[in-house]
Ligand binder design. Sequence first.
Ligand SMILES: *Cc1c(COP(=O)(O)O)cnc(C)c1O
Length: 217
Amino acid sequence: MIEQNVRRILSQLPGGVKLVAAAKTRTTEETLEAIAAGVEIIGHNYIQEAERAHQIIGGRARWHFIGHLQKNKIKKAAVLFDMIETVESLEMARGIDTRCARIGKVMPVLIEVNSGCETRKNGVLPDEVEGLVRQVSALNHIKVEGLMTMGPLVPHLEDSRPYFSATHRLFEEIKGLNLPNVDMRYLSMGMSDSYKIALEEGANIVRLGSLIFGPRA
Ligand SMILES: *Cc1c(COP(=O)(O)O)cnc(C)c1O
């Protein structure tokens, strides 16, 4: 099933769009099945879970962190991941920068945008993204490569479109600033239910879990 799902999704994604298999709660076997079918990027929300999978799968995939990064997990995240999609504060960026400096790595990151301006939601308010990117651009062991958003939970799928299009506009604005250490290439938007709308609104990374692996328990 996983294999067929991955092949179908990959054949339908437009060229240049990257698929992240969101692997939280899935077994290493399931994740390996997705990789065998063509998945190249694994997304994880939890460091411990990622660590276990990474020990077995290692370099057979690239690893994106897509969860909420706790301060005491930054050290491990710096080692494990090829991209952190969920940077949401200068403090977090500085933590990643410090760790990466020690291990001689430049971490590609996306800034997570709280596109719905929700009070208890991760991410940076749209109005504050430019300021954060300007500050992060001063850090030499982090490279800002784009924006990520979840968008709010909406009653109807179509309702997510304005949040995606607003995030795309923000992406273009920041790209136009031509800041150092900033290379705006990726717009990570859309999950299993919403990715088609996200693609129409300019996403070039989609993060799919249930569509690949089936419903989560
Ligand atoms: C779980 C998760 C996804 C995938 O969700 P599905 O609805 O299963 O496709 C995408 N992005 C993030 C940040 C997630 O935590």
